[in-house]
Each structure stands twice: as structure tokens, then as C-alpha cells.
Design a protein around this ligand. Structure first.
Ligand code: NDP
Length: 312
């Protein structure tokens, strides 16, 4: 049987489908010595968007044919190196669009309607001792700037429709879409009440959302990031939120996950999630299914279902 190296975790269901066809080795149980002795046997890797494939591990797998990533974002995998070596890389697009879009809307609503403050108000007894909670803001009819109008960005725009927003978007190239493309991100932020970030991570988007963008969004503005922590300058974000230059932030992703800066944790104008954009039982099962489908199909006939764009 071919040998598969598993980086990160895997559900029992995924393992149940893989073990009749692959000998599965868990990287968590091994070290570089094991890799030196056994690396040549590994033809397939299963990993995820967070762990990727560490550089030294990839270098120690001379006969690697396929990296199957559980997740749509693959910035933790050196795809340029994979392409150079003729290694196929797959990911799990589309099956998570709805869930991640729901997470973006959830974070936006939680900021606008102060969900955490009012939950605390209800639990603490403040309602009885202090009276009704202070008013919040309505999300109806807002101007929403979407940074990245790909598979998930479009689904976010669709899911926002009941709040009757004006939708703007910024991408490098305009898309066929009913929404207005704004070529300049600062300009889009200036015109937006709510900015939702949903680009890929990696060097090309690093700190796209910088101090200037946050100041343009302004004291009444809300920033939601469900993309990658690297897309937002976290130090500038803490500064903008702390000084009142930016109003609110709803964050699912952070620059040094799983670490979240204490300054963010202490702020009342933020809603924080531990990178759970796609983390429901149903969506994770669909992502796991596609991750395994790619591996099994590759074994069967050398093709895959969902290659990353660079490998198409
Ligand atoms: P797509 O590739 O379909 O869309 C990406 C969009 O980003 C495109 O519209 C693209 O347009 C735009 N974009 C890329 N680079 C830039 C740039 N430098 N400046 C402006 N726009 C840019 O990806 P998906 O919608 O499927 O996924 C997006 C990302 O969401 C993933 O890569 C992942 O990082 C993140 N994600 C997060 C999850 C979570 O749990 N929080 C779960 C799933 C995904 P153009 O090329 O024209 O610029």
C-alpha cells in the first residue's frame, strides 16, 4: 500500500475511508530522524490550511506526488516549490462558502447589535439593577465594502441581502457582478460602514488592511476579518480600536494563531472567534470528504477533483 503522511488531525470518518488504501503515518508521532529513514516512502500528504507542510518536511519527501489540503486557503503550503517539483496540491473550495459567509454575517451582527455586551447585561443582573441596556446600531441599509469577491465573498454579499445593503468590492481585477468595483481600497473603506475581509492570505495580501484603511473606515466603522490574520495589520488594528479611530472589529483570524494579543482580548468593541469560520459538523464533514476524494481519486487514476489554481 502507498504511504500517506498525515500532518495535523483527521476525523475517524476520513481515516476510515483512507486506511483501506493507504498506510497512514502521523507526523505528530515522528521527527526528522524518522523522516530521514522513511521520507522516500511517502507519496501522499494530507494536511490543513493552518499546519501546511513545513519546509524541512517537504524537502525530506523526495517522492511526494500529492498534497491534499483540508481547507480552501493554502497559504501555509509552498505551492511554488510544489509546482517546481511537479507535486499536485488540492484544496476544498466551495463546500465551505455558505458557512464562512454565515460567520462573517454573525460577526457583523454581533458588533452592530453589541451581542456580547447585551448578553453580559442580561446575565449579570444589570437589567434589574441598572435598567435597559444602552441602544445599539442598526445593520439595515449599510454600505458594505467586501475586500475579495471570490467564492466566499460573493456568498457573503448574497447572505447580506435581507439587510438591504449597498455593496462595494475591491479586488485586483473587476468581476462580473452587480456590485460596484472600487479600484482603491482606502477609497472603498472611506465609503463603507462595514468592511469585510475575505481574500486569501500570503505575501500578496499581507497587511492590505493597514492604519490608513482603518482610519478611512472611521470611528463609526466596523471591520470583520474572516480571511487570514496576516491580511490585517494587527498592531495598527489595536491602535485604531484603542484610540477610537476605528469603531468595532469582529475577528475570526489572527496574525499568530492561536495567540490573540491581550490588548484585543481586553477590548469591549471587539468580538473574537477562534478561527471557526467553517467549523460546523456538516461543513467540516464536507471538507473532509473532498480532502479524501482527492487522495483516493489520485491513487486510482492520477487525477484530482479540486486542484489549487497554480496546479490546474
Ligand atoms: P477565491 O480565490 O475564490 O477568492 C479570493 C478573492 O480575493 C478574489 O476575488 C480575488 O480577486 C481577491 N484577491 C486576491 N488577492 C487580492 C489582493 N491582493 N487584493 C485584493 N483582492 C485580492 O477564494 P475563496 O473565496 O474561496 O476564499 C478566500 C479566503 O478565505 C481563503 O483563501 C482563506 O484564506 C479564507 N478562508 C477563511 C476561513 C475561516 O475559517 N475564517 C475558511 C475558508 C476560507 P483578484 O484575484 O481579482 O484580486
Amino acid at each position: 500500500m502507498p504511504d500517506l503522511l498525515l500532518i495535523g488531525g483527521m476525523t475517524d470518518e476520513m481515516l476510515g475511508r483512507l486506511t483501506p488504501s493507504f498506510t497512514v503515518h502521523r507526523w505528530a508521532d515522528f521527527d526528522m530522524d524518522w523522516l530521514k529513514r522513511n521520507g522516500h516512502r511517502i507519496t501522499h500528504v494530507a494536511t490543513n490550511g493552518h499546519d501546511g507542510v513545513p519546509k524541512e518536511v517537504m524537502a525530506g519527501l523526495p517522492n511526494l506526488e500529492l498534497i491534499s489540503c483540508y481547507g480552501v486557503g493554502y497559504d501555509a503550503i509552498d505551492v511554488a516549490e510544489a509546482v517546481r517539483r511537479g507535486i499536485m496540491v488540492t484544496h476544498t473550495p466551495d463546500v465551505l462558502n455558505a458557512e464562512v459567509a454565515t460567520t462573517a454575517v454573525l460577526l457583523a451582527l454581533a458588533c452592530y447589535r453589541e451581542l456580547l455586551r447585551d448578553d453580559a447585561w442580561a446575565r449579570s443582573g444589570d437589567w434589574e439593577t441598572r435598567g435597559g441596556a444602552p441602544l445599539t446600531r442598526s445593520m439595515e441599509g449599510q454600505t458594505v465594502g467586501i475586500l475579495g469577491l471570490g467564492r466566499i465573498g460573493q456568498e457573503i454579499a448574497r447572505k447580506l441581502q435581507p439587510w438591504e445593503p449597498t455593496i462595494l468590492y475591491h479586488t485586483r481585477s473587476p468581476k462580473e457582478s452587480p456590485y460596484e468595483h472600487v479600484p482603491n481600497l482606502v477609497e472603498m473603506a472611506r465609503r463603507s460602514d462595514l468592511l469585510i475581509v475575505i481574500t486569501p492570505g500570503g505575501p500578496s495580501t499581507k497587511h492590505l488592511v493597514n492604519a490608513e484603511v482603518m482610519e478611512a473606515l472611521g470611528p463609526q466603522g466596523t471591520l470583520v476579518n474572516v480571511a487570514r490574520g496576516s491580511v490585517v495589520d494587527e498592531a495598527a488594528l489595536i491602535d485604531a480600536l484603542g484610540s477610537g479611530k476605528l469603531g468595532w472589529a469582529g475577528l475570526d483570524v489572527f496574525e499568530a494563531e492561536p495567540h490573540i494579543p491581550d490588548a484585543l482580548k481586553a477590548m469591549k468593541n471587539v468580538v473574537l472567534l477562534p478561527h471557526v469560520g467553517s467549523a460546523t459538523v456538516e461543513t467540516r464533514a464536507a471538507m473532509g470528504g473532498l480532502t479524501v476524494d482527492n487522495l483516493l481519486q489520485h491513487l486510482e487514476n492520477g487525477t484530482v477533483k479540486t486542484p489549487v489554481p497554480e496546479c490546474q
